[in-house]
Design a protein. Structure first.
Length: 86
């Protein structure tokens, strides 16, 4: 259950990370921005894993799941007032 709490806490930062990547790489293709966001999130999770116990058994599946979360966050942000203020 500790892992689930860590994961949910980490997910709460994804909108902020996506917005930051958009601000820095705004003119770049979406795939490049997504890859940058995934790299940033993966690095943060890896650091947290290193400090705590290692609970991610399949890194590839975990990254695929994060990819889907990032897609969902981008879809929500693009459908919101945030997208209209750019």
């Amino acid at each position: 259950m500790i892992f689930l709490a860590k994961l949910l806490r980490g997910i709460s930062f994804i909108p902020m990370i996506v917005q930051g990547i958009e601000a820095v790489l705004g003119g770049r293709p979406g795939a490049e921005k997504k890859e940058s966001a995934l790299d940033f999130i993966a690095a943060a999770i890896s650091m947290a894993e290193y400090v705590s116990s290692r609970e991610i058994a399949d890194q590839e599946k975990f990254r695929d799941g994060l990819s889907k979360i990032v897609d969902g966050v981008v879809q929500c942000l693009n459908a919101s007032a945030w997208a209209k203020s750019r």
